[in-house]
Design a protein around this ligand. Structure first.
Ligand code: PRP
Length: 549
């Protein structure tokens, strides 16, 4: 019997009528913008050999690539990206062609997304690649074309942020850290986790490089970020200063062309590893993630046996279309309600909610509505133009990740378990507890040959803990009161959060290993951080002052 003949796979969807129209308008507008600038269309196959994407220097998480096997048993991949296949094509079919080469594309890319996160696995991408030039003018050409592309699609409220991946790469090279430490530092910079970064870099106390890396994600904003960087980098490696000067020159060049919707972020790091110097992202107000992403990739062609400088960008047409549709819907609202320009903050209901509301009160925010909330889930802090959403912990992350909430308060336990893409800017210092492995008092967890069973509300945390120990366990997901599982002989132990230890004690269990400390965190949507920077920074600084006392 057929089971899946009426639905589409997760992450894919049918587009009907208005959605098609919105997408078509965007692709036509972008096509005419690109053609007007002398770019020529190319299309690469949807399916490539896996080898095209498997070099170390083209990093794409393995598990995000859809793989197939052809009739000769060779591994194929559905393209997760357009730049790499276009580099392959240019290095082979256009070998020896007069330079520069200006190419544009409009095609779908395929990336497996984590389950049930509302992310698309099939994305319509349009973009350009400028091959054979390494000049300042070519970087300006790409950036101005990107900005023109966004404004030609009737997006007025956009921001382009610039970064320089060379600065990050040079500092990481100079830091005497292990590959594991470097991986952790990378993810802490990407998530602007200032507290975590500061902790790990304390292991390198005498190291100026560590100090600079610590500051990198904090260095974002307008011209002042460049000025601050100049002060910080003063007297360090000459190459670093050259890269900074280049970024200043690009910023200045855009200002002179009256393109002032530009920001700087020294903490900007792309997922794909092939970028070599100037990188950038573009945001619009109705979409919680970047709609444009690009930069210079002078090393990528070497993987295909050529030595060609190149730069380019891709636009996520689906996100742009859905953002524009959302904006259209808002302006067409018949109830006359204005679109909220307030900061929207999601709080984890319960203990964390009480602590942050207490903190807000001490800071002097008007929390009357929050204290008299009844069963309401959407409230406001009127004197701060803040809307408050009360949600379950994991949902706080989902709302912030999608940008429907700008900021969230959530436990590190949920962050570690759920993952997600957002900035984790503050350790709030309350909601402190520990992840621990606990077993019935007096039992010898490690004895015997049988595979142990672990009950937990945090299956990812538990699995990765035992994986790191190289130990096979069977993890069973339990929704709450996990202490019951060993009492009922369903499990040999539990991985759970322990605060006072009372629950364990009263149920005859004891901690045998502590896994990690957790506490409440302030998280911020990536696009909101750029588009509502002043308001969000004011909130962060109010909280920070309170924490410091
Ligand atoms: C958490 C945790 C423990 C308990 C630990 O459960 O899962 O059961 O708190 O606190 P303690 O060390 O201070 O005793 P929670 O209260 O969130 O309820 P749940 O187990 O039903 O999810």
């Amino acid at each position: 019997m057929k089971k899946y003949d009426r639905i589409t796979p997760e992450g894919t969807r049918d587009l009907l009528f208005r959605e098609c129209e919105a997408q078509r308008k965007i692709t036509e507008t972008l096509r005419s913008t690109f053609e007007g600038k002398g770019y020529h269309e190319v299309i690469t196959p949807g399916i490539e050999f896996y080898d095209v994407f498997s070099s170390n220097s083209r990093y794409f998480p393995q598990d995000s690539i859809y793989k197939l096997i052809d009739h000769k048993g060779r591994l194929l991949a559905m393209r997760p990206d357009s730049t790499i296949p276009i580099a392959r094509m240019t290095a082979t079919k256009l070998k020896g062609h007069a330079l520069p080469i200006r190419l544009f594309y409009g095609q779908r890319v395929y990336r497996q997304q984590p389950e049930l996160r509302g992310r698309s696995s099939e994305i319509m991408q349009m973009g350009i690649e400028l091959v054979g030039l390494s000049s300042y003018e070519s970087d300006i050409e790409i950036l101005t074309t990107g900005m023109e592309a966004l404004s030609s699609c009737c997006v007025d409220d956009y921001r382009i942020e610039l970064g320089h991946i060379g600065i990050y790469k040079l500092l990481m090279e100079n830091l005497k850290a292990t590959p594991e430490q470097k991986e952790t530092i990378h993810s802490l910079i990407v998530s602007k986790n200032y507290a975590g970064l500061s902790d790990i870099l304390e292991d390198f106390p005498e190291n100026r490089t560590g100090e600079l890396l610590k500051e990198l994600p904090k260095l974002f904003g307008g011209k002042e970020a460049l000025e601050k960087a100049r002060g910080l980098f003063d007297g360090y490696d000459g190459e670093l200063l050259d890269m900074l000067s280049y970024l200043e020159r690009i910023f200045q060049g855009l200002m002179e062309r009256n393109l002032d919707k530009v920001m700087i972020d020294f903490g900007l790091v792309h997922q794909a590893d092939y970028y070599s110097s100037l990188i950038f992202k573009g945001y619009i107000s109705s979409v919680g993630e970047p709609v444009l992403s690009g930069g210079r990739y002078d090393e990528l062609f070497k993987d295909f046996g050529e030595s060609l400088p190149a730069t380019g960008f891709g636009i996520n047409v689906d996100q742009l279309a859905s953002g524009l549709l959302k904006e259209g819907n808002t302006s067409e609202r018949s109830d006359g309600a204005p679109q909220s320009e307030n900061i929207r903050i999601a709080l984890t209901k319960g203990r964390l909610e009480n602590s942050i509301v207490g903190m807000f009160e001490e800071i002097g925010y008007d929390c009357t509505n929050l204290k008299e909330k009844g069963r309401k889930l959407l409230l406001s802090i009127p004197d701060k133009n803040m809307d408050v959403v009360l949600a379950k912990a994991a949902d706080v992350i989902t709302y912030v990740e999608h940008g429907v909430c700008d900021v969230g308060v959530v436990g590190k336990d949920t962050i570690v378990e759920s993952g997600g893409t957002f900035y984790e800017v503050l350790d709030l210092g309350f909601g402190k507890c520990k992840f621990a492995l606990a077993v019935p008092k007096g039992s010898d967890f490690y004895s015997g040959y049988s595979t142990k069973r672990i009950a937990t509300k945090y299956p990812k945390v538990a699995s990765s803990y035992f994986e790191s120990k190289g130990m096979d366990v069977e993890v069973i997901k339990i929704e709450g009161s996990v202490e019951l599982a060993p009492l009922l002989s369903l499990a040999d132990g539990i991985v759970d959060i322990v605060e006072t230890g009372t629950t364990l004690k009263e149920n005859g269990l004891e901690v045998i290993e502590e896994i990690r400390n957790v506490s409440a965190r302030l998280i911020v949507n990536i696009a909101s951080m750029k588009l509502k920077k002043t308001e969000i920074e004011a909130l962060i600084s109010d909280i920070q002052e309170k924490i410091r006392g």
